[in-house]
Design a protein around this ligand. Structure first.
Ligand SMILES: Cc1cc2nc3c(=O)[nH]c(=O)nc-3n(C[C@H](O)[C@H](O)[C@H](O)COP(=O)(O)OP(=O)(O)OC[C@H]3O[C@@H](n4cnc5c(N)ncnc54)[C@H](O)[C@@H]3O)c2cc1C
Length: 504
């Protein structure tokens, strides 16, 4: 086996799809036979993740499977209760308003994590290169100079060994792979408990006075939290904040009623207690074993970055492993995975921690649930506090689309960000014209074009070219990040060799 991937959550499956995108074989091993429909967890798929899904040809399927169409709402409403009074609201949340916008090839999408995993499982099943085997858990590994031997345990306790050139640990927060290579998380945990509930409440939607919204934040000091729709039928999710597992399990219906603000009838479908973590692996791997996704970093869900950061890891690691395994890049390219991705995770954790500093309990004011005069008196200050403290949580394109590998050893000059996007015609994204390897994009009449084409042929690096008239010339990596732009000193050969990880 070329690459073994432990963990078939979103990140493991995405790693397999990125490898398959470059024609490299992988095996994903995962204990769960089915995706966990009753643990929706991530619901925010960022515009960047949707662009990467578009690159693998699965973005349309993700949208088809999403129970809430992207056009349904891009708003987050802050209320005194789902059926209560509105305090303030945000528009254009989570990049959901980017349809047709030059800034991105795809808007974000609200969709439950299990539906994403199901689409990714289907894409893996359809791939001639990737394979998923469920019912298997990695229990140990031995790394040597040529590869890794992993021991897997089946449902009946039987074990088997799998030999691979490389192993990716995408096995989540309790990563066995991380433990086996002796890497620990650094950081802290938020001690405030949260209690998630999925519930079915026929007729509730018609009673909501705030119109469609992806989040309804409840600023009631008696029971602060969030409520949202799982689908456009009767299924809802909520997060009751400050509620322990013990209290939550004892009477989940009471929590639902408190957040809704009425003694509604509801069927409790599932519960899921959790605490936010701010943890980053001290290292991202060894020579042949790499960590990706939650196995490498855990951040509070506020802002919806967790799984999206993991998809970024999958793409960064995937193209590099593919390049090394296909023989057109040296193994030193793999050193850049940690160097490029760990700082992004650190920044994301910081941003999520900032979002977490002010949650519904901190924003609640007892006067909001008082009579009309008390509500009117309290509302302006609370609304202002909400707008000031939460804007970055709903509008984070600077991080989501703007993160950069500037300063990376692979990058020449002051670049490293994602190639600026633009629409060439309705539905025709500049990104659709990029190759799977490197692409030279821009004014191909410039003299550097010939130099790059020659250097790529000599180095055996896959390079495509795409002419477009907007001036300049850029060398774009397989992950759509810019490695060089015209005007930066250095020969084409030096730039290209650097971009594929040859030491300077
Ligand atoms: C309440 C909540 C809300 C969230 N909301 C968001 C959000 O809106 N947006 C967002 O981006 N993120 C969000 N997240 C975070 C998101 O759920 C995770 O970041 C995401 O699941 C990480 O994906 P992963 O594939 O790295 O890990 P996981 O999803 O944990 O997958 C790991 C997989 O590995 C398997 N596994 C475990 N051990 C082994 C082993 N030894 N061998 C083989 N397989 C193994 C597991 O069965 C699992 O399938 C939220 C999290 C929570 C708790």
């Amino acid at each position: 086996m070329t690459v073994l991937i432990a963990g078939g959550g979103p990140v493991g499956l995405a790693t397999a799809l990125e490898l398959a995108h470059h024609g490299v074989a992988s095996l994903v091993v995962e204990p769960r036979a089915e995706v966990s429909w009753l643990r929706p967890r991530a619901k925010t798929t960022s515009a960047r993740t949707m662009e990467l899904f578009r690159r693998w040809g699965v973005a349309d399927r993700v949208r088809e499977r999403a129970a809430l169409p992207v056009s349904w709402s891009d708003q987050a409403v802050f209320t005194t209760g789902l059926l209560g009074r509105e305090v303030t609201r945000f528009h254009g949340c989570f990049g959901l308003d980017l349809t047709g916008d030059d800034r991105a090839a795809e808007p974000g999408q609200q969709i439950g994590q299990p539906a994403i995993e199901q689409v990714l499982r289907e894409a893996v099943a359809a791939s001639p290169h990737a394979r998923l085997e469920t019912g298997w858990t990695l229990i140990g590994l031995v790394e040597d100079g040529d590869g890794v031997t992993a021991t897997l345990s089946g449902l009946d306790g039987a074990t088997r060994e799998v030999r691979a050139d490389y192993l990716v640990g995408a096995d989540g927060a309790w990563s066995k792979v991380r433990e086996a290579i002796g890497v620990v998380y650094e950081g802290s945990a938020d001690e405030r408990p949260n209690f998630n509930i999925v519930f079915r409440a026929p007729g509730l939607a018609e009673r909501v006075p705030h119109g469609p919204a992806i989040h309804y934040w409840v600023l009631d000091p008696e029971q602060p939290g969030l409520v949202g729709r799982m689908d456009l039928d009767d299924l809802w999710w909520c997060i009751a904040q400050g509620v322990t597992q013990e209290v939550g399990e004892a009477d989940p219906l009471r929590l639902v009623r408190a957040l809704v603000g009425d003694a509604i009838d509801a069927e409790i479908v599932a519960t899921d207690p959790w605490k936010a973590k701010l943890l980053l692996a001290e290292r991202y791997g060894t020579r042949r074993v790499f960590l990706a996704g939650d196995a490498a970093h855990l951040n509070p869900p506020w802002g919806g970055h967790g799984f999206n950061t993991g998809i970024g890891d999958a793409v960064n690691l995937g193209w590099k492993l593919a390049a090394v395994l296909s023989g057109w890049a040296p193994a030193t390219l793999l050193d850049s995975y940690e160097a490029e991705r760990r700082p992004i995770a650190a920044r994301t954790i910081e941003e999520a921690a900032r979002n977490m500093a002010t949650l519904a309990p901190e924003l609640s004011d007892p006067r909001l649930t008082g009579d009309d005069a008390e509500f009117a008196a309290a509302r302006p200050a609370v609304a202002r506090a909400v707008q000031e403290s939460k804007d970055g949580e709903f509008h984070s394109l600077d991080l989501v689309l703007g993160y950069s590998y500037r300063g990376s050893s692979l990058v020449t000059g002051d670049v490293g960000g994602r190639l600026d996007h633009r629409w060439l015609a309705p539905g025709d994204s500049l990104y659709d014209h990029l190759g799977r390897g490197f692409t030279l994009v821009g004014d191909l009449d410039r003299p550097e074009t010939e130099e790059f084409v020659k250097a790529a042929a000599e180095e055996g690096v896959p390079l495509e070219t795409f002419h477009h008239r907007l001036g300049g010339l850029a060398l774009v990596r397989p992950d759509q990040h810019v490695a060089w732009t015209a005007g930066t000193p250095g020969s084409a050969k030096e730039v290209l060799r650097r971009a594929i990880g040859h030491p300077r």
